[in-house]
Ligand binder design. Structure first.
Ligand code: MOS
Length: 754
C-alpha cells in the first residue's frame, strides 16, 4: 500500500511528487467552505421543478391554480407565462459541452415534451418546502405522442457512428472476420451494461442573482467557462456581465460538465420574479434532469494461435443518444490501443431514444468498453489454458496497433509483473472453483485499465509579490480531487518558494479561463500554463535584478539560475525575490499565459498523428462468493498504475481508489431501471440505486509504477478516470475463477450466478 498517513512537513522543495495535504482540506473539514447552495442573499426565493410524466407529447393544459393559492408561492412559471430564452446556436466550445446535454431544448417556451421527467413548470416560493409542496399541486395534462424508449428493443435499428475530429468510433486493420474464422482458438462474446446515473453527494444546485442585466450564478460546475458561455447566449447578456462562482464542487464525475435544465430555469425564474432564486435538485430531480451513462451492448471476438498470440480482435458496440442530443461514448477506445493484433475491427453504433440525453460519466467509453474487452481476453485465456497475465504479456504492442504511432510510454509489463508479485498472484490455483476460504469460493481476477491522456487550453496568471507570496489564478474547478493543491505544488517548485506562500484562486469565471475538469485533462492542462507563467515571472524578475547595480544576478541568464529559497541563485550567489522587487521599487511581478483554442487544436492534431499516450493500470481483484446465495464480495484489491509523473502522491492515490470504488459499483450493484413502457426512471433514489458503501469496499492498495510522459507538461498524465476502467472486468474475471461462470451482463447480481 502506498503508505500515506500524513503529509511530510512542507519545508523543502521539490513539492511535486510528495504526499501533500489538500490546501482546501481544512476549510472543508471545518465547515468553513461554503458550497454553492450555501450563499444567502436578501430576498432569496426557492424554486422547485415539476417533471413531465410522459416520454413524448404535448402539454394540452396546465392547472397551476392550486399551487398559486399556497401561501408563500411567488410565481408558477409554465410555457404559458415564462419569458423566452434565446436558442443556444452552434459553434465552438458551445458544441462541445452541448453535445453532452442537449440543452438546446426550449424549456418553458414550448408545449413539447422530449423525455419523461422534463421540467414543465417551475414553482418559486419563499421557502424550499413551500416550493416543493406547491410543485406537487400543479396539474399537467398531455397529449402523448409515440415514443421510442426501450434500448434493447431498438438494437436492430442501431445506426453506425461516423468518426469525427473529437471522437473516433471505427477502425479497421486487415481482415479481422476472416482471421477470426481461421483462428485455431477463439472467443466470440456479447456483453451488456445498464444505464447508470450520477450520484454526487452534492446534488446540482443553482443560485441565480440578477442585478439589472448583470448576473451572478453560484453553481457547482466542472466547466465554469462553458457555463458562462451558455448563460450569455441563452439570456442575451455579454459574457463579462456574468459571473459564475464555483469554488467548491461536491463531486462531479462528468455530471456537472454540461448545462442541465435546472440551471437555466433557476436563472429564468430569477429574471421573471425579480428575486434571487435558489434551486436545489432533489435526488430524484438529479435523475430526471441530469443525464447519466448510456446502456451498451457489445461484441468482443478474439482469435489467437495456440501460443496465445492474437490474430484477430473485433469489438463492436451499440450505445444510445437522445433525440435532443447526447454524446456517443467511445466504447471501443481501449481496444484500439492495448493489443498487438494484426487484424482489428472496431465499430460503434448508436440508437436515438426519447429519453434525457446521456452525458459524460466516469470514464465514458473506456469504463464499459474495458469491461467487455478485458472479460473477453480473460475468457480466451481460459480457452487456451493459459495464465491471463501471460496472455496479455504475449500481446503487448510495440507501437499503436491501429495507427502505428509511437507509444510515449507503456509500462503495463512492469505493472503486471510488479502487481502480480505484490498481490500474490502465484497463490492462484488456475482451476475454476478450486480455491476456498472456509465455505466461501475464492476467485482471483486481473484486468487492464486504460484512459487516453489529453490536454485542453488553460489560461493562467501568476503574480509574485514583494513579500515573497505568490498567487496563481485560473478559472479551473476543484471537485475534491486536489486540483488546486497540485498547482500550488507545481508553482512552489517552479518559483522555489515554500508551499504555504502560494495561494491558488480558482472556481470563478472572472479568473482567466480554465479547462473543463473532465476527460482527466485538468492537472496537465493547467500545469502547462502555471509552468509557462512562472518562467515569465522569473524572466521579468531577472530583468529587474540586472538593472540593480551590484546585483549578484547581473551577467547571468535564466538557464544558469536555480529558483530556490524564494529567490534566484547560482553557485556563486543569489538574491531573494523580495530583495529584487524592493530594490526595483516594485510591489509585484505578474505574468499571464493565454491559451487559445485554434493553436491548441492544431497542436493536438499534430501530436495525435505522432503519439499515443495514456494512463494505464492493472487491477488485481480477489472475491469471495457464497456458494449458496452466490453473493459476491470483493475481498482484496490492488492496482498498479502509471499516470505519468505524480504531482501529489496522496491525492493521486485517492483518485485511483475512488475510481476502483466506482468500478465496483459498476461491476456489482449500480443500474438505472427505465420503464420500457414510458421511459420513466423507476429507481431515482439511493435506496434503490445501489452505490457501494464502506462495507462493500476492502482496503485498496495502489502502487505507482509510472514514468513521466515525455510529451506532457511536467510529464503529467491525468489520473481522474483511469482508475474505474478495467475494474468491472477484474471483478467479472475473479467471479469466473471462483464460480466457473462468465457473467457478461452488468451488474453481476446473484440471480445471474444461481
Ligand atoms: Mo469526466 S466523465 O470527463 O468528468
Amino acid at each position: 500500500m502506498t503508505t500515506i498517513t500524513r503529509a511530510e512537513p512542507v519545508t523543502r522543495t521539490p513539492y511535486v511528487g510528495r504526499a501533500v495535504d489538500r490546501i482546501d482540506g481544512t476549510a472543508k473539514a471545518t465547515g468553513q467552505a461554503r458550497f454553492a447552495a450555501e450563499h444567502h442573499y436578501p430576498g432569496l426565493a426557492h424554486a422547485a421543478l415539476v417533471h413531465s410524466t410522459v416520454a413524448r407529447g404535448r402539454i394540452t393544459a396546465i392547472d397551476a391554480s392550486a399551487a398559486r393559492a399556497v401561501p408563500g408561492v411567488i410565481e408558477v412559471l409554465t410555457h404559458e407565462n415564462a419569458p423566452a430564452m434565446k436558442p443556444l446556436g452552434k459553434g465552438g466550445p458551445i458544441d462541445l459541452s452541448a453535445m453532452a446535454s442537449g440543452t438546446n431544448v426550449d424549456y418553458l417556451a414550448t408545449d413539447e415534451v422530449h423525455w419523461n421527467g422534463q421540467p414543465v413548470a417551475v414553482v418559486v416560493a419563499e421557502t424550499p418546502e413551500t416550493a416543493r409542496y406547491a410543485a406537487g399541486l400543479v396539474k399537467v395534462t398531455y397529449q402523448e405522442l409515440p415514443s421510442v424508449v426501450d434500448f434493447a428493443a431498438e438494437l436492430p435499428n442501431a445506426v453506425p457512428l461516423k468518426n469525427s475530429m473529437i471522437m473516433e468510433h471505427n477502425a479497421e486493420k486487415g481482415d479481422a472476420e476472416s482471421a477470426l474464422a481461421a483462428a485455431p482458438v477463439s472467443v466470440d462474446l456479447t456483453f451488456t451494461t445498464p444505464p447508470l446515473n450520477h450520484n454526487a453527494i452534492e446534488p446540482h444546485t443553482t443560485t441565480a442573482v440578477w442585478d439589472g442585466d448583470k448576473l451572478t450564478v453560484h453553481e457547482p460546475s466542472q466547466c465554469i467557462a462553458f457555463l458562462r458561455k451558455h448563460l450569455a447566449k441563452r439570456f442575451g447578456v455579454p459574457e463579462p456581465d456574468i459571473r459564475v462562482l464555483s469554488p467548491y464542487v461536491g463531486g462531479g464525475f462528468g455530471g456537472k460538465g454540461s448545462v442541465w435544465p435546472g440551471t437555466l430555469l433557476a436563472v429564468l425564474a430569477a429574471r421573471a420574479t425579480g428575486r434571487p432564486v435558489r434551486l436545489v435538485l432533489t435526488r430524484e430531480g438529479v435523475y430526471r434532469t441530469v443525464g447519466g451513462r448510456t446502456p451498451s451492448t457489445q461484441r468482443v471476438a478474439l482469435g489467437a494461435d495456440e501460443q496465445g498470440r492474437l490474430t484477430a480482435l473485433i469489438h463492436t458496440s451499440v450505445a444510445r443518444t437522445s433525440r435532443i442530443g447526447g454524446a456517443p461514448e467511445p466504447i471501443t477506445s481501449a481496444s484500439r490501443h492495448l493489443y498487438a493484433a494484426p487484424n482489428i475491427l472496431l465499430r460503434e453504433s448508436g440508437i436515438t431514444l426519447d429519453l434525457l440525453s446521456p452525458t459524460f460519466m466516469r470514464a465514458p467509453g473506456e469504463a464499459i468498453g474495458t469491461f467487455a474487452l478485458e472479460s473477453a481476453v480473460d475468457e480466451l485465456a481460459w480457452k487456451l489454458g493459459m495464465d491471463p497475465i501471460e496472455l496479455r504479456l504475449a500481446n503487448l504492442p510495440e507501437r499503436d496497433p491501429v495507427g502505428g504511432q509511437q507509444l510515449t510510454r507503456r509500462t503495463l509489463r512492469q505493472a503486471y509483473t510488479k502487481g502480480a508479485e505484490l498481490f500474490g498472484w502465484r497463490r492462484r490455483d488456475p482451476r475454476a472453483g478450486a480455491m476456498r476460504d472456509g465455505r466461501l469460493l475464492v476467485g482471483m481476477g486481473v484486468a487492464t485499465a486504460y484512459h487516453p491522456a489529453m490536454i485542453l487550453p488553460a489560461s493562467v496568471t501568476v503574480r509574485l509579490h514583494a513579500d515573497g507570496t505568490v498567487v496563481v489564478r485560473c478559472g479551473m474547478q476543484e471537485m475534491g480531487m486536489g486540483a488546486a493543491t497540485a498547482q500550488a505544488q507545481i508553482a512552489a517548485d517552479e518559483l522555489g518558494v515554500p508551499l504555504e506562500s502560494v495561494r491558488v484562486e480558482y472556481g470563478d469565471s472572472d479568473l482567466p479561463d480554465g479547462p473543463m475538469a473532465g476527460g482527466s485533462v485538468q492537472t496537465a492542462s493547467v500545469a502547462a500554463g502555471v509552468i509557462a507563467a512562472c518562467a515569465k515571472v522569473k524572466k521579468e524578475v531577472l530583468a529587474l535584478a540586472r538593472r540593480v547595480p551590484g546585483s549578484p544576478l547581473r551577467g547571468h541568464r535564466l538557464d544558469d539560475l536555480h529558483a530556490r529559497d524564494s529567490g534566484l541563485h547560482h553557485a556563486g550567489g543569489g538574491q531573494t525575490y523580495a530583495d529584487i522587487l524592493t530594490a526595483a521599487g516594485r510591489d509585484h511581478v505578474e505574468a499571464a499565459i493565454k491559451s487559445g483554442m485554434l493553436g491548441f487544436v492544431l497542436r493536438t492534431l499534430r501530436d495525435r498523428r505522432r503519439y499515443v499516450k495514456a494512463a494505464t493500470a492493472v487491477h488485481f481483484c480477489e472475491v469471495r462468493v457464497d456458494p449458496d446465495t452466490m453473493e459476491v464480495r470483493v475481498a482484496r484489491w490492488l492496482s498498479a498504475f502509471d499516470a505519468g509523473r505524480i504531482v501529489n502522491a496522496k491525492t493521486a492515490a485517492s483518485q485511483m481508489r475512488g475510481g476502483v470504488v466506482m468500478g465496483i459499483g459498476l461491476a456489482l450493484s449500480e443500474q438505472t431501471l427505465v420503464d420500457p413502457r414510458n421511459g420513466r426512471i423507476v429507481n431515482p433514489s439511493l435506496s434503490e440505486y445501489h452505490v457501494p458503501v464502506h462495507a462493500d469496499i476492502p482496503r485498496i492498495e495502489v502502487h505507482d509504477v509510472g514514468v513521466p510522459d515525455p510529451t506532457m507538461p511536467l510529464g503529467v498524465v491525468g489520473i481522474g478516470e483511469v482508475g474505474i476502467t478495467g475494474v468491472a472486468a477484474a471483478v467479472a474475471n475473479a467471479v469466473r475463477h471462483a464460480t466457473g461462470k462468465r457473467v457478461g451482463d452488468l451488474p453481476i447480481t446473484l440471480d445471474k450466478l444461481l
